[in-house]
Design a protein around this ligand. Structure first.
Ligand code: SF4
Length: 281
């Protein structure tokens, strides 16, 4: 059994937090450049140029791409042949988030409870941690900071099978139209289908955090991703909502088995700062 000490987990998470918040990943930069090349709107091209310049400055100066450095969403795939030693796993992740956000001068956006005092925890903990136990002897950590401007535009609808694919199209389109400029487009739209309520939401979150160039391995869903992207880009919302072709860079769909009487649909929208960084220990 492979042992991974909690200090290695904390160090990795701290580095991921700074990397994710300050360096837009290569897949997103490529996506923005490709959109710039085919954007017919002069205003849209100008906005995309500004977003690329902003990402370049952030990487050079090690400054956040956006002032909203988000809640720290961590996907952890923990191999079943790994033994975490020296302390608790979630404590280690939170220690990493604490160090990354405090030492990296990243904005702390987490309040301790949502309704009454809403007191800032001052170190951006606790992280939102999604852990899966998987085969193998490695630990994959993916940190995807999530700002509220786009997160607040998330939607969950419990459709029924009779609503069908047309019902899904409508949920996605309505979510994008409601999000409009407030989600800082061009967006990356994550769609979660199936499962129960919470599974659909998690599928949408995973979809929004996928590498930009990835496609669903099922050709039917891959075709649906392309179709939804074309539908969204026909809205004309455009970069930063100022008009144009590039409302979304990509649509990703993730799905799960579901009940015979259910068709849950969740939409999680990511913004032009669709940040993610990953490491394998
Ligand atoms: S939606 Fe994204 S780009 Fe806009 S303010 Fe929030 S984190 Fe920043």
């Amino acid at each position: 059994m492979k042992e991974i000490h909690v200090t290695a987990v904390s160090e990795a998470v701290a580095a991921l937090a700074v990397q994710a918040c300050c360096r837009l990943p290569g897949d997103m930069l490529e996506g923005l450049r490709a959109a710039r090349a085919q954007e017919p709107s002069a205003v849209g091209r100008n906005i995309l140029d500004q977003l690329l310049e902003n990402a370049d400055i952030a990487a050079r100066e090690e400054m956040p791409i956006c002032q909203d450095t988000g809640l720290a969403v961590v996907f952890a795939d923990l191999g079943q042949d790994v033994h975490i030693v020296g302390g608790g796993f979630e404590d280690a992740v939170n220690e990493g988030v604490r160090r990354g956000y405090v030492d990296g001068y990243l904005r702390k956006s987490c309040v301790a409870e949502p309704l009454f005092e809403r007191k800032n925890t001052r170190d951006n903990t606790p992280a939102v941690i999604h852990t899966r136990i998987v085969p193998g002897d490695s630990l994959r950590l993916r940190l995807a900071p999530k700002g509220a401007g786009s997160e607040n535009k998330s939607v969950l609808k419990m459709l029924v099978p009779a609503d069908g694919i047309e019902g899904v199209r409508k949920v996605v389109l309505d979510a994008v139209l409601a999000a409009g400029p407030n989600s800082c487009p061009p967006m990356v739209v994550g769609v979660g289908l199936g499962g129960t309520m919470e599974v659909a939401a998690l599928c949408a979150k995973k979809a929004a955090a996928r590498d930009l160039e990835s496609v669903n391995p099922d050709p039917r869903y891959a075709a649906f991703e392309r179709e939804l992207l074309e539908m969204i880009n026909r809205t004309g919302i455009g970069p930063q909502g100022l008009g144009g072709l590039t409302t979304a860079l990509k649509v990703h769909v993730e799905w799960a088995p579901t009940h015979i009487a259910s068709l849950p649909v969740a939409v999680n929208i990511n913004c032009h700062a669709a940040r993610h960084a990953e490491v394998v220990l």
